[in-house]
Design a protein around this ligand. Structure first.
Ligand code: HSE
Length: 297
């Protein structure tokens, strides 16, 4: 039996929601072909231009697949062909998309033994391999779609939020390298009370804005005092880029996950395209190659 599956890229954090909010990005993602036959074993073949580790023990798909098979109590010979469309290290959930596609595909092949939220912890095993932390803010939206709030990690408690109708995104991936580990190492381990108050006010405002479709409230709430001020130095000219996007009509602009991608939300596709142009102009002027994605969510 074979299946061909797609899992979307995703943008983690959504500004203030460090490690607890994530959103699937429509139209960008990874495709996996999974063939299953009798026996026991796993092979992974790369059918894309992206560089992937030769050793399957270093591929994020491997721990995700093993976690699924162990929980389902199955043994099989699995051949997975990866058509990677998202560049690794982009900050738009490249590893989560591959792990999510693998566990989603297996679940389909076995007749859906698990409901979607129960697939998320398997996909998170891939995140653990790549960044050392099993954060769910890319895996959850990659598996479940839409916007997901991770209310708690122990136990994993996720809430799928509605996507406001006119939500459109512009995401730019400048081809610079920012490792998730480096981007986590620059963060403070303790946060002063005043800033914590700002942050949880924003997270509450963001969730309320998403629930009620109040886009200006979302725009005001997406501010982040925990990660952005410490990470923006990784992205050349970040403050200028942000001002240019806001001037082009974006509701809010922030770093996507741990970067280097930057995302902006707008309330129409026309504005998202204008914002995309401003993003492209910024990195092209700095002679930094980039990929731009603009779509509805
Ligand atoms: N929430 C994580 C971080 C996402 O910001 O480090 C990593 O992609």
């Amino acid at each position: 039996k074979t299946i061909r599956v797609f899992a979307p890229a995703s943008s983690a954090n959504l500004g203030c929601g460090f490690d607890v909010m994530g959103m699937a990005l429509d139209g960008i993602g990874d495709v996996l072909r999974i063939a299953i036959s009798e026996g026991d074993g796993l092979t992974i073949r790369n059918a894309s231009a992206a560089e992937l580790p030769e050793d399957i023990e270093k591929n994020v798909i491997t721990p995700a697949v093993r976690a699924f098979m162990a929980a389902a109590g199955k043994k099989a010979c699995l051949e997975i062909v990866v058509e990677k469309k998202i560049r690794p290290g982009s900050g738009i959930g490249s590893s989560a998309a591959s792990s999510a596609a693998a566990v989603f595909g297996l679940n389909e092949l076995y007749g859906r033994p698990f409901p979607l939220p129960e697939l998320v912890p398997f996909a998170m095993e891939g995140e653990k391999l790549i960044s050392g932390t099993a954060h769910a803010d890319n895996s959850a939206p990659a598996v479940m779609g839409g916007i997901v709030l991770i209310r708690g990690y122990q136990p994993l408690d996720m809430v799928r939020l509605p996507v406001p109708d006119s939500f459109c995104f512009s995401v730019i991936h400048p081809h610079i390298v920012v490792s998730t580990k480096a981007a986590r190492d620059v963060l403070r381990k303790e946060i002063p009370m005043r800033e914590a108050v700002t942050q949880w006010g924003n997270v509450g405002g963001l969730v309320a804005g998403i629930m009620t479709g109040d886009l200006p409230l979302i725009g005001r709430s997406m501010r982040d005092v925990v990660a952005e001020p410490y990470r923006k130095g990784f992205i050349p000219g970040y403050d200028d880029l942000k001002s240019a996007c806001l001037a082009a009509g974006a509701l809010c602009v922030n770093i996507s996950g741990s970067g280097p991608s930057v995302f902006a939300l707008s309330d129409s596709i026309e504005k998202a395209q204008q914002v995309g142009k401003a993003m492209k102009k910024h990195f092209t002027a700095l002679r930094i190659a980039n990929d731009l994605y603009v779509s509805h969510i």
